[in-house]
Design a protein. Structure first.
Length: 186
């Protein structure tokens, strides 16, 4: 049975915080692969939908993970459009021969009970949560992994890109080149 980490997010744009979390969890939880799934639109962010289109975000993820053999990306939520409910995606992804685990950072995990059908999600994909410290009790998490979470957010990166500030220390070069080629976030 292949052990797959499902990692959803807006990835607007993807950054080293996301990659670091995914690498740490892959290695420390013995996953076979991590499946990145850019959301068409997070149900929690419908008032502030992603700035870059789904196709651009998908391509940035694709480029950012291209050198990492165990990382893959799926367009399933971008193609489905509408609010991206994880429970629906996980139902669609269920296949023989793979068991899924949902990868989250602690900020997302702390309001997991507000997600659509959280119990069903846990049955389809038990949570693996990256936390900054033991003191954070994460409700419903099956596994918590203490990792040095990078203090980076896509929001901060978009603001830096708008101001034309350097971002090479925050985003993989291939994704940054793509942003510049297409004039995203300017
Ligand atoms: P935004 O600033 O636009 O809200 P974000 O940087 O928080 O975006 P998302 O794409 O919304 O990124 O996050 C997807 C997933 O990655 C979530 O589980 C989130 O908790 C996690 N995540 C976001 N930033 C980091 C980080 N710096 N380190 C580890 N995990 C992160």
């Amino acid at each position: 049975m292949k052990k797959v980490g499902f990692f959803g997010g807006s990835f607007d744009p993807i950054h080293f915080g996301h990659l670091n979390l995914a690498i740490e969890i892959l290695e420390r939880c013995g996953l076979d692969e991590v499946l990145f799934c850019p959301a068409f639109c997070s149900p929690f962010k419908t008032e502030h939908p992603p700035v870059a289109s789904g196709d651009h975000r998908l391509e940035m993820v694709r480029r950012a993970i291209s050198a990492i053999r165990q990382f893959r990306v799926t367009p399933v939520e971008i193609e489905r459009k509408g609010p991206s409910f994880t429970v629906e995606t996980l139902r669609k992804l269920q296949t023989k021969g793979a068991s899924y685990h949902l990868i989250l950072a602690e900020d997302a995990a702390l309001h997991f009970d507000r997600w659509k059908e959280p119990q069903q999600i846990i049955e389809l994909a038990p949570l693996i949560v990256g936390t900054r410290g033991m003191s954070v009790a994460v409700p419903m998490a099956k596994t918590t992994v203490q990792i040095p979470l990078f203090d980076i957010s896509s929001t901060e990166i978009r603001a830096r890109l708008k101001k034309k500030l350097y971002c090479g220390h925050l985003i993989p070069a291939k994704a940054l080149d793509y942003i510049q080629e297409h004039g995203l976030y300017s």
